[in-house]
Design a protein around this ligand. Structure first.
Ligand SMILES: *Cc1c(COP(=O)(O)O)cnc(C)c1O
Length: 399
């Protein structure tokens, strides 16, 4: 039997973020131990046989069970309000596990057209195994409803989206999914459970790139799927056992410790994002700002209700002068990191149409609303006045 932590049943999210996991080991360590071991030793052959046949719960082999990974999974499950969680090697591995564990040839998926680029590519790739995906508008609920077929098994959403922070209605999509006998999975990467808990809104599953806010300091690649314990145990754990897209204990430990500061980081970074977004709206060289915390955002009200009254930490904006204008701003920063990653304590700046969305055609980008003048900034923890000054260096040359 793998023991549980001794926490009061009503312990709140902030408390679980710091305390949930496994009880300390025999030495009483206060900070969680890092179990860098590939396998575990058993007292005798009978016990070993029981553990291998799942008659007795124990750690066996780190491809599918490791105490440090279990601690991360329990802590993240507590934050998402899910019964279970399984760690994966990356965010994309989490989606791969979801597809291979839950779907079979002949099944149909409905997915937002605005999700992460590699997610679209992965769903498209599964057409060769007989899993077909229909892509629909992020925000038009009717399109989701109309796309459902008798063989639809999964609805897949991500909210807010990258880079334009479009918000979809999780509760409405959950209702459509359940009425059609399908499951709703939500990629909760941008808000993290500190701001948004999709399962509480009716979603069945949550996928994460732990690489982003869960780690929070840009150190590791990691991922996870959260959902009902029985679904994870019966469908995803066996797939993990045979397919091995496993989370390394070291990366799990980094994410585990990152979760301890998740709520205060999300609050602080989102506060900076709101301040920056309001300031950007007043800049003459800025044509449009995309941030759910602004009243000008098309889904502002929904976002505030769904995201604990917060817009999150990512801001996108269009500058004058198209590509040359955007490059002038990106090239003149001295503090922001020019990188496509996000979810770091270091503010990052990127030009989506030549990087993350560079593989799309100009038509596809225009349909998504991403122009050559679009810039995305993911706020970190620097002083926001320094970030404004960093952006103003380029913006002041465009006005
Ligand atoms: C980064 C990201 C992913 C993929 O995660 P990796 O850890 O890089 O594999 C998936 N979804 C969203 C929204 C992301 O931002």
């Amino acid at each position: 039997m793998i023991p549980k932590t001794d926490l009061p049943a009503d312990a709140r999210l902030e408390t679980r973020a710091v305390r949930e996991g496994l009880p300390p080991g025999p030495y009483g360590e206060n900070s969680e131990a890092l179990y860098l071991t590939s396998s575990f030793v058993h007292p005798d052959a009978e016990t070993m046989a029981r553990r291998f046949s799942n008659e007795e719960e124990a750690f066996v082999y780190s491809r599918f069970s490791n105490p440090t990974v279990t601690m991360m999974e329990r802590r993240l499950a507590a934050l998402e309000g899910s019964g279970g969680c399984i760690g994966t090697a990356s965010g994309m591995a989490a989606i791969l596990l979801l597809i291979t564990g839950l779907l079979k040839s002949g099944d149909h998926v409905v997915c937002s057209r605005s999700v992460f680029g590699s997610t679209i590519k992965l769903f498209q790739d599964f057409a060769k195994f007989g899993v077909e995906t229909s892509f629909v508008s992020q925000t038009a609920v009717d399109e989701w409803r109309a796309a459902l077929r008798p063989n639809t098994r999964l609805l897949f959403a991500e909210t807010p989206t990258n880079p334009l922070t479009e918000v979809c209605d999780i509760a409405a999509l959950a209702e459509i999914a359940h009425r059609g006998g399908a499951l709703l999975a939500v990629d909760n990467c941008f808000c993290s459970p500190a701001l948004q808990q999709p399962i509480g809104l009716g979603a069945d599953l949550v996928v994460h790139s732990g690489t982003k806010y869960l780690d929070g300091q840009g150190r590791v690649i990691a991922g996870a799927v959260c959902g009902p314990a029985d679904l994870i145990d019966t469908r995803l754990v066996p797939t993990m056992r045979s397919a091995g897209m496993s989370l390394s204990p070291f990366n799990a430990w980094v994410v585990l410790k990152g979760l301890e500061t998740l709520t205060i980081r999300m609050q602080a970074q989102s506060q900076r994002a709101l301040e920056l977004a309001q300031w950007l709206e007043a800049q003459p060289a800025v044509e449009r700002v995309y941030y759910p915390g602004l009243e000008s955002h098309p889904q502002h009200r929904l976002a505030m209700a769904q995201q604990s009254g917060s817009g999150g930490a990512v801001v996108a904006f269009n500058v004058r002068g198209a590509r040359a204008g955007a490059f002038a701003v990106v090239d003149q920063v001295r503090i922001c990191s020019r990188t496509a990653n996000l979810g770091d304590t270091k503010t990052t700046i990127t030009h989506p149409s030549s990087t993350s969305h560079g593989r799309l055609s100009e038509d596809q980008r225009m349909a998504a609303g991403i122009t050559q003048g679009t810039i995305r900034v993911a706020l970190g923890l620097e002083h926001v006045e320094d970030i404004k000054a960093d952006l103003l260096r380029g913006l002041s040359t465009l006005a």
